[in-house]
Design a protein around this ligand. Sequence first.
Ligand SMILES: CCCCCCCC/C=C\CCCCCCCC(=O)OC[C@H](COP(=O)(O)O[C@@H]1[C@H](O)[C@H](OP(=O)(O)O)[C@@H](O)[C@H](O)[C@H]1O)OC(=O)CCCCCCC/C=C\CCCCCCCC
Ligand SMILES: Nc1ccn([C@@H]2O[C@H](COP(=O)(O)O)[C@@H](O)[C@H]2O)c(=O)n1
Ligand SMILES: [Mg+2]
Ligand SMILES: [Mg+2]
Length: 217
Amino acid sequence: MLERFRALSHLVLGPVARWLIRHGVSPDVVTVAGTAGVVLGALICFPQGWLWQGVLIVTVFVVSDMIDGLMAKTTGTASPWGAFLDSTSDRLGDAAVFGGILLFFAYRQDSTLWAAVALAGLVFGQWTSYVKARAESLGFTCGGGLAARADRLVIVLVGAFLAGLGVPYVLEAAMALLAVTSMITVFQRIEQVRRQAKGPRGAQDSHGPGAAHGQPV
Ligand SMILES: CCCCCCCC/C=C\CCCCCCCC(=O)OC[C@H](COP(=O)(O)O[C@@H]1[C@H](O)[C@H](OP(=O)(O)O)[C@@H](O)[C@H](O)[C@H]1O)OC(=O)CCCCCCC/C=C\CCCCCCCC
Ligand SMILES: Nc1ccn([C@@H]2O[C@H](COP(=O)(O)O)[C@@H](O)[C@H]2O)c(=O)n1
Ligand SMILES: [Mg+2]
Ligand SMILES: [Mg+2]
């Protein structure tokens, strides 16, 4: 849903991207530093119960994920390597955010139930991204759905921020919403691929969908 704001985010973050380029920073450095900041911020703050503080730190670094691509496009250096580094780093950042919340529920709230719901959010979120990656590796078109990555991040970060300010049950509600919407997104994406695979061009086209069948990813 938030993907539609990508152009707007480029407008806002353009000056930051150009400032970094002028100072000789490369998109890869932003990708790696941004991921490290998300991982450290989430895994240090959330398990300690420093929720709103953790959200502020994670938000600053997660926004760098929009800046690296913008820098690469602005400098004409967008590359398959950059796309690979960006996407694989995203998975680590997501795992740290949801893992941090899981540890918060397990150790600060003593709640196995909500830790399990956070785990479900993590698993369905990573599954969502893997379905897209595997589908694209096989030549299918796949993406979107109810809860893509930006949607998932905004839900978990807003929930954690408000919980940190003392709003009751908001993080639990956010995690339940995420588990359900991410699961629905997985099925929406699988259905997209199934329709293409079973459609008229389906698996016979050696250059289109199905061309890379059997190649493990
Ligand atoms: C007084 C101060 C108050 C401060 C309040 C703080 C509260 C903070 C709460 C929330 C803020 C959260 C903002 C986080 C926004 C995160 C958006 C983001 O990172 O999007 C990343 C995404 C980059 O996409 P990629 O192409 O790099 O990634 C792909 C994606 O991962 C795919 O995943 P999939 O969907 O398949 O699961 C992968 O498949 C693919 O491999 C991978 O490459 O960027 C976008 O999507 C662009 C659109 C983003 C639009 C963001 C809008 C943000 C809206 C609200 C923000 C609220 C304002 C907060 C301001 C805080 C300022 C400090
Ligand atoms: N280090 C990087 C990071 C990204 N890219 C390119 O940008 C695309 C992702 O853009 P986002 O706005 O979603 O970050 C990615 O597919 C690459 O083409 C890059 O080249 N190097
Ligand atoms: Mg990025
Ligand atoms: Mg990214």
